[in-house]
Design a protein around this ligand. Structure first.
Ligand SMILES: Nc1ncnc2c1ncn2[C@@H]1O[C@H](COP(=O)(O)OP(=O)(O)OP(=O)(O)O)[C@@H](O)[C@H]1O
Ligand SMILES: [Mg+2]
Length: 272
């Protein structure tokens, strides 16, 4: 994709870009902190005094029955839904309940919805290029030819999402699983510190699911990941701490084996 020339562009845009992303204070190792969050829809409590903390670099899985509040929790974190009560912090200092959706995205929280939303008529490479240019922090690159750093970043991402041999293919011709990887790659182009992934392997083949697990494991550490899933084999592969949500609050938390042996978890979710 060739660059667009804009009359307003100048070199000073690059310094503005850095100011848009405040430094994240994770000195207490916690990257995301939810406390006593409640959300009601017409009197029904979708979230009910939910408290949760995610460590920097952690790969956390969230499970629970339909309607438990998993997606609503992600809506609160990303600013789509305002909680009635409670606090929600990104790092030590950023109060997410006082930020807009774009501010939260710019602060470093990326969200993957269930349905892949890629630009079908553009190549895989161009999709990643567009994602990089949509990053407000790198605004100057929208008005310039892609530089070597940008190219390297796209090449690294293509390898990571296993689409390096598909770079020139129109995204519309990819399999469902490949489209999901491309969308994850597009999120990664914006270098989020925290990734929220809502049912990322739904509709994938077993092989694609396993490869997705490998990708998430490789991303943990550098990024923090919160993964909502119903696929227990996938959660077992990820191997992180599991939080069980039920009726809008945390029912239990721990290793998957402990959750699978917990009578309360079996009763509300796994035993069905
Ligand atoms: N905008 C809304 N208006 C009214 N009710 C809502 C809204 N969003 C969610 N709910 C309700 O809140 C509850 C929690 O929904 P949520 O989507 O968070 O569940 P979930 O744990 O993601 O479930 P699933 O596993 O099916 O995706 C459900 O009863 C749902 O119907
Ligand atoms: Mg959901």
């Amino acid at each position: 994709m060739s660059a667009v020339q804009s009359p307003g562009a100048d070199a000073s845009s690059s310094s503005v870009g850095h100011i848009l992303r405040p430094g994240l204070d994770i000195s207490h190792k916690v990257i995301l902190y939810l406390d006593d969050i409640s959300v009601s829809f017409d009197g029904f409590k979708a979230l009910n005094k939910l408290s949760l903390a995610i460590d920097a670099g952690e790969l956390r899985c969230i499970i629970g029955p339909n309607g438990a509040g998993k997606t609503t929790m992600m809506d609160v974190i990303t600013g789509k839904t305002r909680p009635d009560t409670g606090t929600c912090y990104f790092g030590q200092t950023l109060d997410l309940t006082r930020m807009t959706e774009p501010e939260i995205a710019h602060a470093g929280i990326g969200r993957k919805f269930q349905k892949p939303t890629v630009f079908e008529n553009h190549s895989v490479f161009e999709n990643l290029e567009l994602a990089m240019k949509m990053d407000k922090r790198a605004r100057v690159s929208l008005f310039a030819w892609l530089d070597d750093t940008g190219r390297d970043k796209i090449a690294d991402t293509l390898r990571m999402i296993r689409l390096d041999h598909e770079a020139d293919r129109p995204a519309g011709l990819l399999s469902h699983g490949q489209k999901q990887w491309l969308e994850i790659g597009m999120l990664l182009m914006q270098e989020p510190q925290l990734l929220l992934l809502d049912e990322p392997v739904a509709g994938m083949t077993d092989d694609e699911t396993e490869r997705t697990g490998e990708l998430f494991i490789s991303l943990a550490g550098k990024h923090s990941l919160v993964v909502v899933e119903h696929d227990m084999a996938f959660i077992e592969q990820l191997g992180g701490k599991v939080t069980v949500l039920h009726e809008g609050s945390v029912l239990a938390e721990g290793g998957l084996a402990a959750m699978q042996a917990d009578p309360r978890v079996i009763e509300v979710y796994l035993g069905r």
